[in-house]
Design a protein around this ligand. Structure first.
Ligand SMILES: Cc1cc2nc3c(=O)[nH]c(=O)nc-3n(C[C@H](O)[C@H](O)[C@H](O)COP(=O)(O)O)c2cc1C
Ligand code: SF4
Ligand code: SF4
Length: 261
């Protein structure tokens, strides 16, 4: 089994690693923005594919990876893990439909509620204790799913027709278009930015460069909030105007994480 995932602020990475550790010791995971990911998918027969849901849709980088490697999926078994802050309807279904179109056998889907990665919009903000609680529940759900699969019963979150309708009517119809193109409005406050380059180093799209000691963005943002959550000056914003909280999985997860390895 091989894990292929996208993760902006670490939630999805954590979930796929825990799932795979439970399924099979020594299973490898690859971030899909790395050069090894497509080769790993090519060699694997069973893939666990994981991503965060954005507006009940696939992040642009995730859709591009699946479509850009369309020839790789025929005959593969794919189990889908989808993380979210609150609701997606058919988060796993979005990738499942694409994988099926390209000839894969989708074996199941798992939806996991995790901390919200959008730190510059006030709604959905939770306390650290509440976020830890969410992670604990997600861990328990992952462990139950692993135990079920070992008994031959695959969870099917997000794959049915009702989930499809809920995803479509609940959000995708109105907001799903936001993930069809790359986002151009990510910005750094020039007064706060000190040109440290941390944001450029973590961006999965190589969308950031440092020019004249300041961060500049090149119009190819997949809205992952990785730069936002790591900027030491809290200078970056995307959807909102103010940094409320910089969520990163490792801020909550260190003690929980040690249980997985
Ligand atoms: C642009 C954007 C859109 C999002 N849309 C949704 C959504 O529609 N429903 C939801 O429950 N969570 C939504 N989220 C929250 C993330 O799916 C959630 O926090 C996820 O666990 C982040 O995973 P990561 O840390 O692996 O990036 C959104 C996050 C972003 C950045
Ligand atoms: S991480 Fe923040 S301070 Fe550092 S270059 Fe990027 S925007 Fe500027
Ligand atoms: S610019 Fe920031 S939010 Fe956009 S893709 Fe790069 S790291 Fe993610």
């Amino acid at each position: 089994m091989t894990g292929i995932y996208f993760s902006g602020t670490g939630n999805t990475k954590r979930c796929v690693e825990r799932f795979l550790n439970g399924m099979e010791s020594g299973a490898e995971t690859f971030a899909l923005e790395t050069p090894q990911a497509a080769e790993a998918a090519k060699c694997a027969q069973e893939i666990v594919f994981a991503y965060p849901v954005y507006y009940s849709e696939l992040p642009k980088i995730v859709r591009d990876f699946i479509v850009g490697n369309a020839g790789l999926w025929r005959g593969k078994s794919v189990f889908i893990i989808c993380t979210m802050a609150m609701f997606s309807g058919d988060g796993a279904g979005c990738a499942a439909r694409l994988f099926k179109k390209y000839g894969a056998n989708v074996t199941g889907g798992l939806h996991l509620k995790m901390p919200d990665s959008i730190g510059d919009v006030k709604i959905l903000k939770k306390s650290s204790a509440q976020n830890r609680g969410l992670i604990k529940k997600a861990d328990e759900k992952i462990d139950r799913a692993v135990a079920d699969i070992k008994r031959g019963k695959y969870t099917r979150n997000g794959l049915g027709i009702f989930a499809h309708i809920a995803g479509l009517l609940g959000q995708r119809l109105y907001f799903g278009g936001k993930t069809k193109k790359y986002y151009t409005k990510v910005k750094a406050d020039g007064k706060k930015c000190v040109g440290c380059g941390i944001c450029a180093g973590v961006c999965p799209m190589q969308n950031i460069k440092i020019e004249n000691g300041k961060a500049e963005f090149n119009g190819k943002c997949t809205m992952c909030y990785r730069c936002f959550s790591r900027c030491p000056q809290r200078a970056i914003t995307l959807l909102g105007k103010r940094v409320y909280v910089q969520n990163k999985y490792e801020d909550y997860g260190e003690t929980l994480c040690s249980r997985t390895k």
